[in-house]
Design a protein around this ligand. Structure first.
Ligand SMILES: [Fe+2]
Length: 304
């Protein structure tokens, strides 16, 4: 079962809520959360902004096509990502934006693709403003949740804070059209995968589509209306915590209705050591993430 949690109660360290969080984090790897301060209306505006973008002709979207770049900013056409090497590239479209690096950041000038400049369509100031303001508010909510996860693991609430001062946080709009007529058993909106990073904060339009691999091995649908969020964890947080946090597989096969979802992939700063505790090794967070992006974005696969 995927639990429903209340972030305001978690902020107060409500014992019953913290018990639910501990189980969701360590055993299921998925939860839903409400009462975040991000209202259904606000999410509706964000979904509408992405919907308007995706409904434009491909010729317009091609002006910000990430395939023309060495990074993952802007539009990713259908079949631009392949998360499962045994499945065909996903039929969804995406629009990705990331952290805006201040010019005085120690990471500036290092040519790191995880901090590549964002690409915005010409004349789309409303779109950019809506998405950028959501980006910063969603990062703040993700950080609040991460603090409560730290508490649930018996750590100081702020124990993750310093690692996230220059977050490799990626905000994505996913557009899943109606499942195409040509789709076969190896075609998915997004094929089965675990996320690569730490924490994913997902807003959706309420349309079904996401399926989660439960501890008993079955695939369970999970839905969330605007104002409620689905949270899951990536492989980086799993190994960084020595397996205390579970990264769980999920997929979208797609159905008769189109669907928009908006994940924020919340990840630490590039140079963070995310090696398992006590391992004596060094795993640079940015190198792990870059490698996984290079494996899964089709236009980056060719360059590696
Ligand atoms: Fe995912």
């Amino acid at each position: 079962m995927i639990d429903n949690l209340d972030l305001a109660k978690l902020d107060q360290h409500d014992p019953a809520e913290m018990d639910k969080l501990r189980d969701a984090v360590g055993r299921v790897g998925f939860l839903r959360i409400s009462n975040t301060g991000l209202s259904a209306d606000r999410i509706g505006q964000v979904l509408a902004a992405y919907r308007d973008f995706f409904r434009q002709p491909d010729e317009i979207k091609q002006s910000v096509d990430m395939a023309a770049t060495g990074a993952n900013r802007g539009w990713g056409a259908s079949r631009s990502e392949q998360v499962d090497p045994d499945a065909n590239p996903d039929y969804k479209q995406v629009f990705d934006c990331g952290f805006e690096l201040p010019s005085d950041s120690p990471y500036a000038g290092r040519g790191l693709s995880v901090y590549a400049p964002n690409l915005w369509p010409e004349g789309a100031e409303m779109f950019r403003d809506t998405i950028q303001s959501y980006y910063s508010d969603a990062c703040a909510v993700a950080m609040r949740i991460l603090r409560m996860i730290a508490v649930s693991l018996g750590r100081e609430a702020g124990s993750f804070d310093a690692a996230f001062d220059t977050p490799m946080a990626l905000l994505r709009g996913n557009y899943y059209p109606q499942r195409p007529d040509w789709a076969g058993e190896n075609d998915f909106g997004i094929a089965a995968h675990t996320d690569y990073g730490c924490l994913t904060l997902l807003a959706t339009d309420g349309t079904p589509g996401l399926e989660v691999r439960m501890p008993n091995g079955t695939w369970q649908p999970v839905e969330a209306a605007p104002g409620q969020f689905i949270i899951n964890f990536g492989e980086m947080l799993e190994f960084w915590t020595g397996g205390e946090v579970k990264a769980t597989e999920h997929r979208v096969r797609g159905g008769a209705a189109e669907r928009i979802s908006v994940p924020l992939f919340f990840n630490p700063s590039y140079d963070t050591n995310v090696a398992p505790p006590g391992s004596g090794t060094f795993i640079r967070a940015g190198e792990h993430l870059t490698r996984r992006f290079n494996e899964t974005y089709v236009h980056l696969q060719a360059t590696t």
